[in-house]
Design a binder for this molecule. Structure first.
Ligand code: GDD
Ligand code: MG
Length: 364
C-alpha cells in the first residue's frame, strides 16, 4: 500500500511565549515579526514549498493577534483554519483538538521553529521506514532545554525524554526539533478535553506500545526562536545566508539590502548590507543602518544614528547620534539622542529611553 502524499499540517501556536517577554506582551509569539513578516508566514512558506497547503492552527492564547496578522493566509498560498482551545490544552491537547479536521499523514509543527528542512525528504523517510510517527531531530549544545530523542541503530525511537532535570545524566545530544509526521489515526489516542503533553505523554506511550516511531536526523538549519537572543539571531542567520530564505522581507532588493515601499535614506546615510528596511522607513543624514539590521515599517532613524545587528519593530524613533547594537526594540519605542543600547537588550513596545542613556553597557 502506498500512502497518500501528506497535504495537511497542524501548527501548535497556543503557547504564551513566556521566554520572549517582554516582546510577547505586545504580540503573540507566532506572529512576532521576523524580517518584517509575521513569524508564522515563514513556516507557511516552508509548508507551501513542499505542497502542504491545508494548514490548521491550534491556538489558545491571543488568537485575535494571530488572525489579524495572517487571516486565512490566502495571500501566502495556503488555506489556514483556526481551532481554538478555550483553556490551553498543552501540545498534545492542541493537536487533538485539530483531529476532526485532519486525515491521512499530517505534519505537526511547533509554531516557534525556524527551519529550512526538506519536508519532502522527511515524507520519503517516513514511507521508506514504514513509520507511523517520524520526529525531525537535531543536535544542540544544550539538550536539557529540549526533548531528548534516543534512537536504536535502525533509527527507531527508543526513548523520548522531555527536558530532563539537571541531576539526570544526559543520554544523548539529539533532540526533538518540533516537527513531526504523524498518521492522523494516532490522534485518537490523545484524550480529549484535558491538558496533554505530546512530548511527555503521547510519544512515550507510542514507544511503549511498540508503534513504529522513527527519528529523522536532517542536515538543515534549525532554531527555536522562543528567546529574545534566538529571535534576533534567527534574523541574522537569514540575512547572512546561514538559513535559506524562503520568504524574503517585503520590498525590493538593492545592493544586498531590502527596501520596503516608500523607504528612504538621505544621500549621505549608509545602508550596509545585509539589511532590511520596512515600508516607509526613513533614515536621516549621516546615519548608518546595518550590517545585520531589520527596521520595522515607519521607523525613523535620526541623523548620525547607528543601528547594527539589531531588530526594530514598527514605528521606532531613533534620536540623533544614538547607537543601537545587537538589541531588540519593540514597536513605538522612542530612543533619545545620543542614547546607547547594547547587545542583548530588549526594549518593550512603547518604551521611552531618555537622551544619553546607556543600556547594556557593551555598545561601543
Ligand atoms: N495549541 C497549543 N496549546 N499550543 C501550545 C500549547 C497549548 O497549550 N502549549 C504550547 N504550545 C505551542 C507553543 O506555542 C509552541 O509553538 C509549541 O507548542 C512548543 O511549545 P514551547 O513552549 O515553545 O516548548 P519548548 O520550546 O520548551 O519545547 C518544545 O520544543 C522543543 C524544540 O524547540 C518541545 O517540543 C521539545 O521537545 C522540543 O525539543
Ligand atoms: Mg519553543
Amino acid at each position: 500500500m502506498t500512502a497518500e502524499r501528506p497535504v495537511q499540517a497542524v501548527i501548535l501556536a497556543g503557547g504564551q511565549g513566556t521566554r520572549l517577554r517582554p516582546l510577547t506582551h505586545a504580540r503573540a509569539k507566532p506572529v512576532v515579526p521576523l524580517l518584517n513578516r509575521p513569524f508564522l508566514a515563514h513556516q507557511l512558506a516552508l509548508l507551501r514549498a513542499h505542497g502542504i497547503a491545508d494548514v490548521i492552527l491550534a491556538c489558545s492564547y491571543r488568537v485575535d493577534d494571530v488572525r489579524r496578522a495572517l487571516g486565512d493566509a490566502e495571500h501566502l498560498g495556503v488555506s489556514l483554519r483556526y481551532v481554538v482551545e478555550e483553556e490551553p490544552l498543552g501540545t498534545g491537547g492542541g493537536v487533538r483538538n485539530a483531529a476532526d479536521l485532519a486525515a491521512g499523514t499530517i505534519f505537526v509543527l511547533n509554531g516557534d521553529i525556524l527551519t529550512d528542512v526538506d519536508l519532502s525528504a522527511m515524507v520519503r523517510f517516513h514511507e521508506a521506514h514504514g513509520a507511523r510517527a517520524t520526529i525531525f531531530i537535531t543536535r544542540v549544545a544544550d539538550p536539557r532545554q529540549y526533548g531528548l530523542v534516543e534512537l536504536d541503530a535502525d533509527g527507531r525511537v527508543r526513548r523520548f525524554r522531555e527536558k530532563p532535570p539537571a541531576d539526570e545524566p544526559l543520554t544523548t545530544d539529539t533532540v526533538n526539533a518540533g516537527a513531526y509526521l504523524l498518521d492522523a489515526a494516532l490522534l485518537g489516542r490523545i484524550p480529549a478535553g484535558r491538558v496533554v503533553s505530546i512530548e511527555r505523554e503521547f510519544f512515550p506511550e507510542l514507544i511503549a506500545d511498540g508503534i513504529p516511531c522513527f527519528g529523522w536526523p536532517a542536515p538543515a538549519y534549525w532554531r527555536d526562536i522562543g528567546s529574545p537572543a534566538a529571535y534576533r539571531e534567527a534574523q541574522l542567520d537569514l540575512l547572512e545566508g546561514r538559513a535559506r530564505m524562503l520568504l524574503p522581507p517585503p520590498g525590493a532588493l538593492r545592493d544586498g539590502s531590502w527596501f520596503g515601499d516608500g523607504a528612504v535614506a538621505a544621500a549621505d546615510a549608509r545602508i550596509v548590507a545585509p539589511t532590511a528596511l520596512g515600508e516607509r522607513v526613513h533614515v536621516a543624514a549621516r546615519a548608518r543602518v546595518g550590517p545585520g539590521a531589520v527596521v520595522g515599517p515607519e521607523s525613523r532613524i535620526g541623523p548620525g544614528a547607528v543601528v547594527e545587528g539589531a531588530v526594530l519593530w514598527e514605528r521606532v524613533e531613533v534620536g540623533e547620534d544614538a547607537l543601537l547594537q545587537g538589541c531588540v526594540v519593540g514597536a513605538d519605542v522612542r530612543i533619545g539622542a545620543r542614547a546607547r543600547v547594547g547587545p542583548d537588550v530588549v526594549l518593550e513596545s512603547g518604551a521611552v529611553i531618555p537622551e544619553r542613556t546607556t543600556l547594556g553597557g557593551r555598545a561601543s
